[in-house]
Ligand binder design. Structure first.
Ligand SMILES: CC(C)(COP(=O)(O)OP(=O)(O)OC[C@H]1O[C@@H](n2cnc3c(N)ncnc32)[C@H](O)[C@@H]1OP(=O)(O)O)[C@@H](O)C(=O)NCCC(=O)NCCS
Length: 330
């Protein structure tokens, strides 16, 4: 028995934040942002929308497309770095309640931009061990809530959104999640960090004054490690599955920066028409970025049943990972 990627859905908030809007807020330019990141627009949730609201909308679509009753879902794993509440309850529990699914395992995981791939790894194990039958995996972020719109090094990059997938079981290897790799190195934990509000620096007037509740990023150092790790990940997962780049139908990398994707794509010989690119229109949506990209490819008829997807991700922690997944939505 194999775990299988049965469906996909996403939610993109209506409100757009363009590079031209950002020009009015911080010392930046459309030209700089496009040249250095490839981003043109990102979407921003309304004030009254929390991460669980975005996740709920994406989840509804994924469940409908999976063609299962919502009560057949027996676990929800939600990856986010912008949960509704900092410590508890988990956003996954809130989403379960919004969906009207009772008495199931529901929890959040924190692996930053790698959260969706990490969640896939857990869902795969749950299914293959027989512990669960249908796992709803969600990547959802309201990053605008933790972005400092005075910091041009981060605010031009991040956006909001959610993506969700139902992971079920199959006997057919042509519908299987073939492999997931996930790893980390805490030595670099301060390259991408939201320092305030946790047990190290509990929320206080001082943490507020120092704006420690916002994300901070050492962009350039992160960039250098990202290109290296993303490339090595792909080489390793292809090697251990006896595959080459040409066996992959869709290369779906974390949408952090167009230049990072281009570097990895060229290094690994993925043609542009096999590479899913959404960074220009959504920016970096952290844990939501890969499922949003999968959904985008699906809705644009760029991904079909049986296609072999290679997911590749990198994020705060530092964390990274990759996955070889057959798309099993008919
Ligand atoms: C953030 C990022 C776009 C910055 O691009 P970069 O080419 O590395 O730019 P640098 O940080 O070296 O800065 C170059 C210059 O641009 C300036 N700059 C930074 N942000 C700017 C902005 N939004 N607009 C205009 N200028 C900006 C810097 O101040 C610096 O100026 P200086 O040369 O006078 O000191 C890039 O580093 C990046 O994408 N990093 C990785 C992000 C990532 O993968 N995160 C992990 C997953 S979430």
């Amino acid at each position: 028995m194999f775990a299988s990627f049965k469906s996909i859905g996403s939610y993109i908030p209506e409100k757009k934040l363009t590079n031209f809007d950002l020009e009015k807020i911080v010392d930046t330019s459309d030209e700089w942002i496009k040249k250095r990141t490839g981003i043109k627009v990102r979407h921003i949730a309304n004030h009254d929308q929390a991460t669980s609201d975005l996740a709920y909308e994406a989840a509804k679509i994924a469940i409908k497309r999976a063609n299962i009753d919502k009560n057949d879902i027996d676990a929800i794993i939600l990856a986010t770095i912008s949960p509704d509440y900092l410590c508890m309850p988990s956003t996954a529990c809130i989403v379960a309640d919004k969906l009207g699914i009772k008495n199931i395992m529901a929890f959040d995981i924190s692996a930053a931009c790698s959260g969706f791939v990490y969640s896939l790894s857990i869902a795969k194990s749950f299914i293959e061990s027989g512990l669960k039958k249908n796992v709803l995996v969600i990547g959802a972020e309201k990053l605008s809530a933790i972005t400092n719109y005075k910091d041009r090094g981060t605010c031009v990059i991040f956006g909001d959104g959610a993506g969700a997938a139902v992971i079920g079981k199959t006997e057919d290897k042509n519908e299987a999640i073939l492999d997931v790799m996930a790893s980390s190195d805490g030595k670099y934990s301060d390259l991408l960090i939201t320092p305030g509000g946790g047990s190290k620096y509990p929320a206080s007037n001082e943490t507020l004054k120092k704006e420690m509740h916002f994300m901070r990023m050492a962009g350039n150092e992160t960039f250098k490690i990202a290109v290296k790790t993303l490339t090595e990940d792909v080489i390793e997962i292809l090697r251990r599955n006896n595959l080459t780049s040409s066996d992959v139908d869709r290369f779906i990398p974390h949408q952090a920066n167009y230049r990072i994707i281009e570097y990895v794509r060229n290094k690994l010989d993925f043609p542009k028409n096999k590479t899913v690119l959404t960074v220009a229109k959504y920016g970096n949506t952290s844990a939501a970025s890969i499922p949003m990209a999968i959904n985008d490819a699906y809705e644009n008829n760029n991904l079909k049943y049986g296609d072999l997807m290679l997911l590749d991700t990198f994020g705060g922690g530092l964390t990274w990972g990759s996955a070889l997944v057959r798309f099993a939505l008919k």
